[in-house]
Write a protein that binds this ligand. Structure first.
Ligand code: SF4
Length: 1012
């Protein structure tokens, strides 16, 4: 029943004193029962390891307060079933649902279905229990409180009642039960000879109460605590109150404290002078301890490089190093990323939320599909997920995506069924690449559409849950079955994924158990999924334990106590990052916390935390901060950084400039080494084994350099001269060109290369309504048939009457013919199109001098001869379809090309070479089809019912006017285009007015200029 207290600054051997005390006791009393209590699992492992090294682990138990209490209860024959995480989660969710149903919590009702709400309630209940505040005390306290406080107390009471009815206890209940039983003396722990409480830098009210009880039971209670009994240093504020309370309430024997630290000079200087009211002279240091990097990413890279250097050059075991982070959300992903590159294995003390793990995200997406009516975007993502095997070829998934785009399938099996019905019924042949108006994407038809449909039907059947209500166990059985069929459990190929899937399986198992505890209830799929997701979202997955694999520990700054390390790095010492901006708890405010003895959320003495963190280092310390914020602004120093900087001269601070080359000797990964070697253009001979990769990177450097230069030239800018033979073979002199293909080169040679030589297509997002190619094909067809079938092509009334019939027929068949799924606007669209077509017919019929004579006149297709034009170097052959040819009474001709769009139809577009179709068609009518003399031609904008401004008869260039000038201009462009293609020159050249959105290269092209 003796209480001993050892108070001394960090690094003065408190843990060592505790260990020696244990060893001495074991020598004198080999069977003495000894317990060591530390704050967390991290310290449990560290204390055990040190004790084992000292030879005292046998017979000594090390753990947290919870472990001690559980042990005391079991030693006294009390075994309480412990509620698992899913069970407590379901109980809290259950009491919230019931309270909402009973109208008891109108204030919180709106939060009922938020998984975060259940998590916050759980944390609030835990905090209350830790402070030994039961539901009756809280209810009494909040009688006159806010509605939120009263409802929180009510939910707490319901939860506790439910737990007790089931005769389960959560972790905190076990603590409280032990306290109660120790208080009423129904149990004892008097056989404990020595209880050591080490590594704490604060105690909650409940922990003080527990220590009081234990002090009366165990033979000796030894408490170690950081600080100084008489210190008024701000660095020690955090420890002041607990020390006063320990001295006042325990009347302890104060053990002589060693005040001399074993720290190296720089760290010892910090320990002595940081946050000290007395001024100290700045001292120099051998190596910088304050490192500024441009961004958190650079900071992480520098810190990992520092650790790796210590491990390799100073032989510091990596397990003796730690990185403390103030903000896991910012730093953990970066640490994962760079550690992989640097070959450093990490171990995080903070569990990763299960729903952040890629395989679990994939499952959540998959199971959400039936609730989102099989949203097409999510469905295609699931089909492509590497975690599921749907037994589909990648090309089939691509095709499904294409069908969904053309068919405008946004969601729902019915939309797929409708689209497939049309494709299966249709035998529509795909058009060749005639021109940009009639170039429909290739969709499966008939039998091949039917086969794809069968595969998709099987997937829908697999993913569609039973319609009836089932118990949780039955739903989980269905789910396990589904995942087995998709090979989910065999497709994880790394430790992180495997751990996540293992935890996922454990959650499934415990959910089955939960139901057997709380009772069976049949629920809908939606209700099961909501419950299931909310359990997953609040469940964490431990980092995989790498056996025989040294690991670098990543901990939060709040965990920086108790354990000592050879090397410590602390990240994020910039304004607002650390010290963190403190926020009050909206559920348990500061007044409640103060009155009921809970830990405060504000004024948490973060300076004390920082002091603890910097003094964890026995040999090496590095404190870092980012100096630029994400928007490129200067990021101010944290006051703690400034306070540390003041203690040293300029030798302590280093600012890393990422633009400065790093000596190869200091690089920490092969990637870094290669990067620096490429930057300096030298790879020393000893790295010859990296020669291939270095050469590749050199090439990449050249590519980047070329792309960044203003001048467009060279092999990375479309100059394919070395392979010009292959290009010329591909486009042999016998090749027959289309006008639109030639226009593409003229618009931008690189676009021609990408779309014609590489045959890449732009991936368009599905949008409502017909796409431009479907619309173009349909309008062309209607106009052709109207003129073909009208009794009198010169009689507007006859033409308009025929137009109505043709519209009726084409519109009725359009969904099947073109493979799209009519939207709700389809009827209205039909009327609008009909109006525009009527206008077109009427306006064109007013030009009474011209009679339409030919429609869809093909040249270079089927048995029709192509247009052949003699250029300087070669004879070019061109094919195409002329929409319409009119003849006047003199027998002269004009060509008309219908356009469903309206852009780039001006005279200047022919001058620039962007539009060549019209003079090509005029020449084709004259020379290939030999229909007569062509004197005019124009584009007709169907939707505007007007001609484009390019008229061949009026075309002028260099003050000369007429159709012959247009032909001459065409020939000049053809010379240029053919010469470019023959010399395999495909430079990216954004057209005037910018790049077209449909350019397949627009996604990556470094010369992209926004435009049409
Ligand atoms: S994005 Fe512009 S510059 Fe690049 S290939 Fe396409 S059209 Fe040419």
């Amino acid at each position: 029943m003796a209480v001993e207290l050892l108070i001394s600054p960090p690094a003065t051997g408190k843990t060592e004193t505790s260990i020696q005390r244990i060893i001495t006791l074991q020598k004198n009393q080999p069977f003495a029962k000894i317990w060591v209590v530390v704050p967390d699992r991290l310290q449990t492992v560290a204390f055990r390891r040190r004790l084992a090294h000292a030879g005292g682990i046998l017979g000594t138990q090390v753990g947290r307060f919870n472990d001690l209490f559980k042990n005391i209860l079991e030693e006294n024959g009390i075994f309480v079933p412990r509620a698992t995480y899913p069970l407590t989660h379901h109980l809290i969710k259950g009491v919230v649902d019931q309270a909402v149903q009973a109208g008891e919590i109108p204030y919180y009702e709106g939060l009922q279905d938020f998984p975060g709400f259940i998590q916050i309630l759980r944390e609030s209940f835990t905090e209350l229990k830790r402070a030994l505040v039961g539901p009756p005390r809280l209810i009494e306290y909040v009688q006159d409180g806010t509605p939120g406080q009263r409802e929180l107390a009510l939910l707490y009471q319901h939860y506790q009642t439910r737990l007790q009815t089931l005769q389960y206890a959560d972790e905190e209940d076990i603590n409280n039960l032990t306290v109660r039983k120790l208080q009423d003396k129904s149990i004892t722990c008097q056989e404990i000879e020595l209880l050591v409480v080490d590594g704490f830098d604060s105690f909650t009210g409940a922990q003080f109460a527990v220590l009081q009880l234990l002090a009366n039971q165990v033979k000796t209670l030894l408490i170690t605590f950081p600080g100084d009994c008489s210190s008024k240093r701000p660095a020690h504020h955090r420890f002041e109150k607990p020390i006063q309370r320990l001295l006042a309430e325990f009347n302890p024997t104060l053990l002589p404290a060693n005040t001399k630290t074993h720290l190296p000079p720089a760290i010892s200087h910090i320990e002595t002078h940081l946050f000290n009211n007395e001024e100290s002279a700045p001292i120099p240091v051998k190596d910088p301890i304050l490192l500024e990097a441009r961004s958190p990413a650079d900071e992480v890279r520098e810190v990992l490089r520092w650790v790796k250097k210590l491990v390799l050059r100073q032989q510091v075991p990596i397990s003796d190093c730690v990185i403390f982070t103030p903000n896991p959300n910012t730093y953990h992903p970066l640490l994962r990323l760079f550690a992989e590159e640097l070959g450093v294995h990490l171990r995080f003390t903070l569990d990763e939320s299960l729903d952040n793990s890629p395989p679990i995200t994939a499952i959540i997406n998959l199971l959400s599909l039936p609730l989102k009516k099989f949203n097409t975007h999510h469905l295609i993502n699931s089909l492509r997920s590497p975690y599921f095997n749907f037994a589909l070829q990648p090309e089939t998934i691509d095709m499904l995506e294409m069908i969904s785009r053309i068919g405008q399938i946004v969601e729902g099996q019915d939309q797929w069924q409708e689209t497939f019905a049309r494709l299966i019924d249709s035998t529509e042949e795909e058009h060749a690449n005639l021109d940009d108006e009639r170039n429909s994407p290739k969709l499966p038809r008939g039998q091949s559409a039917s086969q794809i449909k069968l595969q998709l039907d099987a997937i829908f059947q697999l993913l569609t849950p039973p319609a009836q209500f089932l118990t949780q166990a039955e739903w989980i059985h269905w789910l396990e079955d589904l995942l087995d069929q998709l090979d989910f459990y065999t497709r994880s190929d790394n430790d992180r994924d495997r751990t996540a899937t293992q935890v996922f399986r454990d959650v499934l198992r415990s959910l089955v158990l939960v139901e057997s505890v709380i009772g069976f209830k049949q629920v809908s799929y939606e209700s099961f999924i909501n419950d299931f997701f909310s359990t997953l979202q609040s469940k964490g997955a431990h980092e995989p334990f790498q056996r025989n694999q040294p690991e670098l520990l990543i901990a939060r700054l709040t965990e920086a106590r108790g354990v000592r390390y050879k090397a410590v790095a602390i990240l994020g010492l910039s304004e607002g990052s650390f010290p963190a901006n403190e926020q009050p708890d909206p559920f348990l405010d500061e007044t409640i916390r103060h009155d009921l003895g809970l830990e405060p959320r504000l004024n948490r003495e973060q300076a004390g935390l920082y002091y603890q963190a910097v003094t964890r280092a026995d040999q090496f310390l590095l404190i870092t901060r980012p100096y630029l914020s994400s928007d490129g602004e200067i990021w101010e120093e944290s006051p703690y950084w400034s306070a540390t900087k003041k203690l040293f001269d300029s030798s302590a601070v280093v600012r890393v400039d990422p633009d400065q080359p790093l000596p190869l000797i200091d690089t920490a990964s092969t990637q870094e080494l290669l990067f620096e070697a490429v930057r300096t253009r030298k790879l020393p001979r000893r790295y010859d084994f990296l020669l291939d990769r270095w050469q590749n990177l050199q090439q990449v450097r050249e590519v980047l350099h070329a792309r960044r230069s203003k001048e467009v030239k060279g092999p990375y800018e479309g100059d394919l001269t070395p392979v010009s033979d292959a290009v010329n073979q591909h486009y042999s002199p016998d090749a027959i060109w289309s006008a639109s293909r030639l226009e593409t080169y003229s618009n931008c040679p690189y676009q021609f290369f990408v779309s014609n030589l590489l045959e890449l297509e732009a991936r368009e997002l599905p949008k409502l309504g017909l796409d431009s190619r479907q619309l173009g094909s349909m309008l062309h067809k209607i106009l052709e048939n109207t003129y073909l079938h009208a009794d009198d092509r010169n009689d507007p009334a006859s033409l308009l009457a025929t137009l109505e019939k043709e519209c009726d027929q084409e519109f009725a068949n359009a969904p099947t013919t073109y493979g799209f799924r009519p939207s709700v606007l389809w009827q209205i669209e039909q009327e609008q199109l009909r109006d525009k077509l009527r206008e077109t017919i009427t306006v064109l019929a007013q030009q009474t001098n011209w009679t339409p004579t030919h429609f869809e006149a093909k040249f270079g297709l089927g048995s029709e001869p192509p247009l052949a034009i003699d250029l300087q170097q070669e004879r070019i052959k061109i094919r195409g379809v002329i929409d319409r040819i009119d003849r006047n009474p003199e027998g002269d001709l004009r060509v008309i090309d219908y356009k469903s769009g309206s852009s780039h139809l001006a005279a200047n577009d022919l001058k620039l070479g962007y539009r060549l179709q019209l003079p090509v068609y005029a020449l084709a009518a004259r020379d290939a089809l030999q229909l007569g003399n062509v004197i005019d031609g124009f584009y007709w904008k169907i939707q505007q019912a007007e001609a484009g401004s390019l008229r061949l008869e009026r075309f002028s260039n260099d003050d000369v006017k007429g159709i012959e000038v247009a032909f001459k201009t065409l020939l000049q462009h053809l010379e240029r285009i053919l010469a470019g293609i023959r010399s395999a020159d495909f430079p990216p050249q954004p057209p005037q007015g910018g790049c077209p959105s449909y350019c397949p290269a627009a996604q990556w092209c470094w010369r992209y200029t926004p435009g049409w």
